[in-house]
Design a protein around this ligand. Sequence first.
Ligand SMILES: NC(=O)C1=CN([C@@H]2O[C@H](COP(=O)(O)OP(=O)(O)OC[C@H]3O[C@@H](n4cnc5c(N)ncnc54)[C@H](O)[C@@H]3O)[C@@H](O)[C@H]2O)C=CC1
Ligand SMILES: O=C(CO)COP(=O)(O)O
Length: 328
Amino acid sequence: MKISILGTGSWGSGLAQVLADNGHEVQMWGKEITEVEDIQNNHHNSKFFTAALNPSIKASTDIQVVKGSQIVLMAVPSIALESVAKQVSPYLEEGVIIVNVAKGFHPISHERLSVVLQKAFQNKQARIVSLIGPSHAEEVVLRLLTSINAVSEDEEASRIVQEVFSNHYFRVYRNYDLIGAEIGVALKNVMAIASGILDGLGQGDNARAALMTRGLAEISRYGIYFGSKPETFLGLDGVGDLIVTCTSRHSRNFMAGYEIGREDSAKKFLENNQKTVEGMYACKIVYLEAKKHHIDMPITNEVYAVLYEGKKPSQAMIDLMARELKEE
Ligand SMILES: NC(=O)C1=CN([C@@H]2O[C@H](COP(=O)(O)OP(=O)(O)OC[C@H]3O[C@@H](n4cnc5c(N)ncnc54)[C@H](O)[C@@H]3O)[C@@H](O)[C@H]2O)C=CC1
Ligand SMILES: O=C(CO)COP(=O)(O)O
């Protein structure tokens, strides 16, 4: 099967490895010439990994290479998703399966990303599937064991995605709760920033366990308000992705928080960051939506205050602990 991947960053490359290992014809498209040339000529993406890539993976800066693809995988950050979708749309076949792997929301409308893609590809009658779960690219590229969800309202499309991606080191489940899964994987990035902050401030395992548990309660409260099934938050797109991101130094969200905690300020991080830290954007969107809908989100509110209002992380931590005592 011909499968195109839009985005030559770390996750696009990790999933290219899986698809090429499964014998598919993998064509990547990217705007960064150094990433594209490294993949095409050296079978590496050395900006992100030392591991070699499957030599059959091709990469180009010409978006027309997507023509004739049965599946198109979108592996760009949430803020770029809509513009890349509009760029690629003229070259797609009708009924193409679009697989989204970005985690977040539309930066202006605050819509879930599957909704954004459904609208962007409406004229192609595209079938949208989200492939999301606990999965650091750094491990997938090394072929370390990973489980993830293909989430869609289109059962046939999610079964195709499940078959196409699954292999001995990459196991894909199906899930039909789009709202819960997309909210779970977007909000865990906010909690990962908070978890990194605690580490940077010198807190220990007890604090992290408390943060993750109360973070999951907060994510569930938000998701259920918007129509998620509660049980989704006990699965790969809830607690699963929360664990992998809140506890790992591979996580850019965790490491952003760690730097912010060490400095006891977000200023330096915000001035210098060049990486994809989705939790920064998700935090603002969730903060605004929660305020509008009166959803109680104490951890998100404190991360927001640290990132956008100059609050000291140490003070945010004190304030979280000093809130009115209540039942779990
Ligand atoms: N890296 C990982 O382990 C995982 C990442 N994700 C999600 O995948 C999404 C993509 O992340 P990564 O690949 O990790 O980021 P990355 O920063 O490694 O790569 C992003 C890629 O998108 C490209 N890009 C950015 N803006 C663009 C634009 N306007 N037009 C065209 N290309 C553009 C960049 O040039 C780069 O090639 C994020 O939403 C992330 O949360 C999900 C699971 C795992
Ligand atoms: O989503 C991820 C793992 O599931 C990747 O996390 P980061 O974006 O924090 O690196």
